[in-house]
Design a protein around this ligand. Structure first.
Ligand SMILES: [Mg+2]
Ligand SMILES: [Zn+2]
Length: 186
């Protein structure tokens, strides 16, 4: 099974310092929905892992991410793709949970549920916390420059072995080039 793990805000949709608090505020980054569709056509599974501390901060209720993810699924589906599952952490940094990235809890949870090892599984994110969580779970972090990515790029903690792409579309193209099963370019 080919699997890729995606961060949400700043990777699939435009990020906001004011949090994404409603389906209307969820705006896809150009090319991201089509990129997920290319993955789907090439038989890749896509799982989203996202920190949503706006819940713990009482900026929005638990039904908001559910409605936002309905919109995200609908948008991806209209583009011809599919997101297999969304895992989110509702906690704040002060909660000291095991699931908020940079902790690997959500990654380990999905690995347990799917009974897979995350070794070599690409995990695409725009913040240092995404990369750290991926690495701690044994996955292979990839940085995109969308969202917080352009500032993350300058973080001295970014290690030289992390591949960097301009956007999800570019990262997916690179994944599919090395995937012999992909024939979407034919
Ligand atoms: Mg992000
Ligand atoms: Zn959590």
């Amino acid at each position: 099974m080919q699997l890729v793990i995606l961060d949400r805000d700043g990777v699939i949709n435009e990020d906001s310092d004011d949090y994404i608090k409603s389906p209307a505020e969820w705006i896809p980054i150009p090319g991201s929905l089509e990129a997920i569709a290319r993955l789907y056509r090439a038989d890749w599974h896509v799982i989203v892992v996202t920190n949503q501390s706006g819940i713990a901060r009482r900026l929005f209720d638990l039904d908001i991410p559910v409605r936002i993810h309905e919109k995200m699924q609908r948008s991806v589906s209209e583009a011809g793709g599919l997101i297999d599952a969304v895992f989110f952490c509702p906690h704040s940094p002060n909660d000291n949970c095991n699931c908020r990235k940079p902790k690997p809890g959500l990654f380990l949870d999905l690995a347990r549920r799917l009974r897979i090892n995350l070794y070599g599984v690409p995990a695409i994110g725009d913040s240092l916390h995404d990369l750290q969580a991926a690495r701690a779970a044994g996955a292979s972090p990839i940085l995109v420059k969308t969202g917080k990515g352009s500032s993350t790029l300058n973080n001295p903690e970014i290690t030289v072995d992390v591949p960097i792409f301009s956007s999800l579309a570019g990262a997916v193209d690179a994944l599919l080039v090395t995937d012999p099963k992909d024939n979407s370019s034919i």
